[in-house]
Design a protein. Structure first.
Length: 176
């Protein structure tokens, strides 16, 4: 059977769910299986970062961190799921994710060139992934992109083999 991997930029997907669909609760297994279609899902990889906590943490920071920790714990228990967490880095007065994009790109290329998958399904909008997409295509992997019209780079759309907008039907069929 042909195998696929789903690679989810968690920060991107959370923003899409919030801005486009009013924060529905998603069954990530169902969502992953739907977008894999008739391919066997080898695994879903979820990439994100834990939120910042000051020392001492504010009540809002503790709540945000606790909610994310519970979410990640729940995802870790799902069959065929891997969680990859980056680090937070300070840039001026704000914090930004570090290593998250690199983790996703490395997995995409490793799975492709290791011949573990025939199809890679990305949920992201960032053009930083173009070199990894091209390397995966060079390995003979079909690369699909699921994206939001409001937040996707044209260069990424041009680089992938196929692309699909994350639409209301997909989200409705993926709800808990």
């Amino acid at each position: 059977m042909r195998r696929a991997a789903v690679l989810v930029d968690g920060g991107y997907f959370a923003k899409v769910l919030e801005s486009d669909f009013n924060c529905p609760k998603i069954d990530f297994c169902r969502f992953s299986d739907i977008i894999c279609g008739d391919y066997e899902r080898l695994r879903t990889y979820y990439y994100n970062c834990m939120p910042h906590q000051s020392n001492p943490a504010t009540e809002a920071e503790r709540r945000r961190y606790s909610a994310m920790d519970k979410f990640v714990y729940t995802l870790r228990k799902l069959p065929r799921f891997e969680i990859r967490l980056g680090k937070l880095g300070r840039v001026g007065e704000s914090f930004v994710q570090k290593r998250v994009d690199i983790l996703l790109a490395v997995d995409l290329v490793r799975l492709s060139w290791g011949k573990q998958i025939e199809k890679a399904i990305l949920i992201t909008g960032d053009s930083d992934f173009v070199p990894a997409v091209e390397a995966s295509k060079d390995a003979g992997v079909l690369v699909q992109l699921y994206y939001s019209k409001a937040s996707v780079h044209d260069e990424l759309l041009s680089a992938v083999d196929e692309y699909f907008e994350i639409n209301k039907d997909l989200i409705t069929n993926s709800k808990l």
